[in-house]
Write a protein that binds this ligand. Structure first.
Ligand code: XMP
Length: 531
C-alpha cells in the first residue's frame, strides 16, 4: 500500500483518487505522523503532497525522517518536492507569492517516471508536458545525487530525481486532470517504480473504511439522516457494516417522495440490512404548511426549514437516549468529495440565487454532535461502486438524482396531496418505460442513457375525449435530460415509440390526467427542474 503524507493541499484527495484509479490501495495521513507510524504502516511507496497556496510561512513543514529511512520510492509533489530538496541537501528559494496555473514543461532525460510520457515532442527531441504548476517557491539547487527531470523558463528545476534511491519530485501537480498525462505518471510511479500490483478493488476499501469507522466511533452511537438518495444510502450501509446497532437512521418522509419510495427505503435498510431506522411520517405537516403557497422559492424554504426542524427533533430525542440506547454523540453525513471541495470556498459565489438548494450544513454544531463523514474522500462513481460492493441493489445506487424538496418542486404552484398522488403514478410509468426500453445501438436502457428523467405536474386542465365522453383533466410534462455536470443539459432525444407508449399508458392508467407533453428545452436557458 501507498502512504500519502498530506501537507495541506486542497488537492491531496485527488492524489489518492489517482492512485486508486491505478488499482493501488493508499491512505492519506498528516505530514507529522510519527516515525513509528510510518514503520508500522510498511508503505511500498510514499507520496508527499503539495501544501495550500498561502503557506509560505509554514515552510518549516517537513517529512518525518522515517520517510528517508524506509528504503522505498518517494514522490514529492509541489511542496513535497521542496521539502524533499531541503531535507536531502538541496536549496529552495521561498517567495511570498505563488501562482497556480497552466504551464508547459520540458521533460529532460529518460527517467523511469517520465520516459515516453509526453504530449508532444520538440525539435530537440525533448518531451513537452502540459501541466498545472505552482510557481513562486522553487528549488534552486539539486540535492546531491539528483538529476534534472523537468524545467520551464521560469522554473529551471521543475522536476528532479535520484533514481538509485527511487526518489522523484515534480513542481507541478500530476493529480489534477489539467496535467494531461498526470494519471499516467502516477500510475507509473506506484506500479512500475514502486512495484505495487494494481490489484486493489473496492471490496478492500470496505474493510479499511470499516476499521476506521470503528476506531473513530468506539462504543459511541451515531445518527444518520437517510433520504433514499445514493450518498446517504451508501453511508448508512457502510456505517451499519462497521457498527451495526450503534447506528440509528432517521428517515423523514415529507410526503413528496416518489411512488413507494418510503417503503422501498424501509424495506432495504430495515428489512434487508437489519439497520435501526426511524421513519418519521411528516407528510401532513409538510402539506399543511405548503397549503396556499405558490411561490417556488417560498416552497423551497418551507420544505427546507421543516426538514431541518423534524430531523433536529428526532436527533435531540436520540441524543438524549431511548429504549436501551445511551444517546448518540455522532451525526453521520453522506458528504462526498465534490461537496468538500465546494464548501472549501474554492468556487466563486453565484451572483444571484437561481434556486435555493436545501442545505443541512451547520446541523452538527447546532445539535452538539461530532461529525462522521466516511465518504469524504470518494467521488460519485466511487460511492456507487462502494454501494454495489456493500450489497445495495444497482437500481438504487445508479438512480437518477432526486432533489431534496422532492415532488414539491415538480408540482407547479400550490402543492396538494391529490396532485402529488397523480404525479407519483404518472412518473412511475415514465421511469418504468425508460428502464424497459433498450437502445439497439448500445444495448443500454433509456434510463441509463439519460442523466435525469421525471414527470412534472401542471395544475391546468385541458379538454379531451375518452370513449364517448368529454374529459377535462390535468396535464403532465415529461422531462429527460443528458448532462455530465448538471450545470448545462440537453433534452434527450427519446425515441418516438417510447414517448408514444408512455403517453398512452399515463392517459389510460392515471385517471385525472388526459394530456402528456414532452419538454424540449435545454439548460440554459431553462433549468432541469421546473421550479
Ligand atoms: P436545476 O433545476 O437547477 O437542477 O437545473 C440541477 C440539478 O439539481 C437538482 N436540484 C436539487 N437537488 N436539492 C437537491 O438536492 C434541491 O433543492 C435541488 N434543486 C434542484 C436537480 O434535480 C438537478 O439534478
Amino acid at each position: 500500500k501507498v502512504l500519502i503524507l498530506d501537507f495541506g493541499s486542497q488537492v491531496t484527495q485527488l492524489i489518492a483518487r489517482r492512485v486508486r484509479e491505478a488499482a493501488v490501495y493508499c491512505e492519506i495521513h498528516p505530514n507529522d505522523v510519527s516515525d513509528d507510524f510510518i514503520r508500522s504502516f510498511e508503505p511500498k511507496a510514499i507520496i508527499l503532497s503539495g501544501s495550500h497556496a498561502s503557506t509560505y510561512e509554514d515552510h518549516e513543514l517537513r517529512a518525518p525522517q522515517a520517510v528517508w529511512d524506509a528504503g522505498v520510492p518517494v514522490l514529492g509533489i509541489c511542496y513535497g518536492m521542496q521539502t524533499m530538496a531541503v531535507q536531502l541537501g538541496g536549496k529552495v528559494e521561498w517567495s511570498d507569492h505563488r501562482e497556480f496555473g497552466y504551464a508547459e514543461v520540458r521533460a529532460h532525460g529518460h527517467t523511469a517516471l517520465l520516459k515516453g510520457i509526453e504530449d508532444f515532442s520538440t525539435l530537440e527531441g525533448h518531451g513537452m508536458l502540459k501541466v498545472w504548476m505552482s510557481h513562486g517557491d522553487k528549488v534552486t539547487a539539486l540535492p546531491p545525487g539528483f538529476k534534472l527531470l523537468a524545467s520551464t523558463p521560469s522554473c529551471p528545476i521543475a522536476g528532479m530525481a535520484n533514481e538509485d534511491k527511487g526518489y522523484y519530485a515534480v513542481q507541478f501537480h500530476p493529480e489534477v486532470t489539467h496535467t494531461l498525462r498526470g494519471q499516467a505518471m502516477l500510475t507509473r510511479f506506484v506500479r512500475e517504480i514502486a512495484g505495487c500490483k494494481g490489484d486493489w478493488i473496492m471490496g478492500d476499501y470496505i474493510e479499511e473504511a470499516v476499521a476506521r469507522i470503528r476506531e473513530q466511533v468506539g462504543d459511541e452511537e451515531v445518527i444518520l439522516g437517510l433520504s433514499g438518495g445514493v450518498d446517504s444510502s451508501v453511508a448508512a450501509a457502510l456505517i451499519h457494516r462497521a457498527i451495526g446497532d450503534q447506528l440509528t437512521c432517521v428517515f423523514v418522509d415529507h410526503g413528496l417522495l416518489r411512488l413507494n419510495e418510503g417503503d422501498m427505503v424501509m424495506d432495504m435498510f430495515e428489512g434487508k440490512l437489519h439497520a435501526r431506522v426511524i421513519r418519521v411520517d411528516a407528510s401532513e405537516m409538510f402539506l399543511g404548511e405548503l397549503a396556499g403557497v405558490t411561490d417556488p422559492e417560498q416552497k423551497r424554504k418551507i420544505i427546507g426549514r421543516l426538514f431541518v426542524d423534524v430531523f433536529k427533533a428526532e436527533a435531540a430525542k436520540l441524543k438524549a437516549g431511548t429504549g436501551g440506547h445511551k444517546g448518540a454523540t455522532f451525526l453521520a453525513q453522506g458528504t462526498i468529495y465534490p461537496d468538500v471541495v465546494e464548501s472549501g470556498g474554492t468556487k466563486t459565489k453565484k451572483a444571484t440565487t437561481i434556486k435555493s438548494h436545501h442545505n443541512v450544513g451547520g446541523l452538527p454544531e447546532q445539535l452538539g454532535l461530532k461529525l462522521l463523514e466516511p465518504l469524504r474522500e470518494l467521488f460519485k462513481d466511487e460511492v456507487r461502486a462502494l454501494g454495489v460492493a456493500l450489497g445495495l441493489p444497482p437500481e438504487m445506487v445508479y438512480r437518477h438524482p432526486f432533489p431534496g424538496p422532492g415532488l414539491g418542486v415538480r408540482i407547479l404552484g400550490e402543492v396538494k396531496k391529490q396532485y402529488a398522488d397523480l404525479l407519483r403514478r404518472a412518473d412511475a410509468i415514465f421511469i418504468d418505460e425508460l428502464r424497459g426500453w433498450k437502445d439497439e445501438a448500445t444495448g443500454k436502457s433509456w434510463y441509463d442513457l439519460t442523466s435525469q428523467a421525471f414527470t412534472v405536474f401542471l395544475p391546468v386542465k385541458s379538454v379531451g375525449v375518452m370513449g364517448d365522453g368529454r374529459t377535462y383533466d390535468y396535464v403532465v410534462a415529461l422531462r429527460a435530460v443528458q448532462t455530465s455536470d448538471f450545470m448545462t443539459a440537453d433534452w434527450a432525444e427519446l425515441p418516438y415509440g417510447l414517448l408514444k407508449k408512455v403517453s398512452s399508458r399515463i392517459i389510460n392508467e392515471v385517471r385525472g390526467i388526459n394530456r402528456v407533453t414532452y419538454d424540449v428545452s435545454s439548460k440554459p436557458p431553462a433549468t432541469i427542474e421546473w421550479e
